[in-house]
Design a protein around this ligand. Structure first.
Ligand code: ATP
Ligand code: MG
Length: 280
């Protein structure tokens, strides 16, 4: 019904994700839950997309389908142009290992296992030789700013650092797509902004990122915000103004410096402004 013509993903070679009328119905006894009721969405290379919507609106269900963790009841899903909707369980596992990196709210790192080993794990499943694994894991950890924490176990890392290990792990097989379900749900606000800075960097480097979040402050870092309601896409908006996480971090650092500076504090109290030049 004209939906093909309106679907830009069909004609663009840079569509990483393209879904066509995706339906997922869970059957529980004699009850049916219509979690997704026909979602057609394309996501293009280098896009940073935030998925929002009320609890139960179908975000995780959609994420699981896009992540090839699950199969649609109806509709089709093309990952980098290949129809995945009919793949067997094993074939889907292969696709996941090669083409998709996952980041979860709870980090999902192996305890008592070093950052380096955690990041090496996905390559182990891909049969990458030991020396190459180590090298690539080191590079990935360097990229997320943890080059000096290779031998730390999760218990020896802060929450933000653990999530960065998880992001390094998601990146290490050079996937087509990073999927993050509430990645900042367990982090304080500054650490969340640090994680968003990382996703923004990755997207700027051409990585495709889809992130589920409940927090508008987090979604504000994505160029595009897709909102679900009752198993359907309610809105799909490209933001004119995107929050720049690196800029926010600079401002936070400046604020903290001000708070330590008695002159700035006095100025704040008396309403006097400081000489310009401090805000870089
Ligand atoms: N495995 C399942 N079996 C049966 N019903 C399910 C299953 N998973 C999800 N549902 C139902 O499908 C609907 C969509 O769930 P989903 O987890 O996708 O929501 P969500 O948008 O991710 O919510 P939240 O923000 O709470 O994580 C809900 O009504 C939920 O109860
Ligand atoms: Mg969910």
């Amino acid at each position: 019904m004209g939906s093909e013509a309106k679907d830009p993903g069909a004609s663009r070679p840079d569509a990483v994700v393209r879904t066509e009328g995706l339906v997922r119905t869970y059957v529980m006894g004699d009850q049916k839950v219509h979690a997704l009721r026909g979602v057609s969405l394309s996501i293009f290379r280098g896009e940073f997309v935030a998925v929002m919507g009320a609890s139960g609106s179908g975000k995780s269900t959609f994420m699981n389908l896009v992540g090839c963790l699950d199969r649609p009841t109806q509709g089709r899903y093309f990952l980098e142009g290949n129809d995945t909707s009919t793949l067997s369980r094993d074939a889907r596992a292969k696709v996941r290992g090669k083409q998709i990196g996952f980041v979860f709210q709870g980090f999902n790192l192996l305890p008592r296992t070093t950052a380096l080993e955690n990041v090496e794990l996905p390559m182990l499943y891909q049969g990458v030789p030991g020396r190459v694994r180590r090298e690539r894991a080191e590079i990935a950890l360097g990229k997320v700013g943890l080059g000096d924490r290779l031998d730390h176990t999760p218990a020896q890392l802060s929450g933000g650092q653990q999530q960065r290990v998880a992001i390094a792990r998601a990146l290490v097989n050079d996937p087509a797509l990073i999927l993050a379900d509430e990645p900042t749900g367990n982090l304080d606000s500054k650490t969340s902004i640090e994680v968003m800075a990382l996703f923004q960097d990755l997207s700027a480097q051409g990585m495709t990122v889809m992130l589920v979040t409940h927090e508008p402050d987090i979604a504000a870092h994505a160029k595009r915000i897709v909102t679900f309601r009752d198993g359907l896409v309610l809105t799909d908006v490209t933001q004119k103004q995107v929050l720049d996480a690196r800029e926010e971090l600079k401002q936070l650092a400046a604020q903290q410096a001000d708070e330590r500076d008695p002159a700035a504090q006095a100025a704040a109290v008396t309403g006097l402004t400081l000489a310009p030049g401090g805000a870089t």
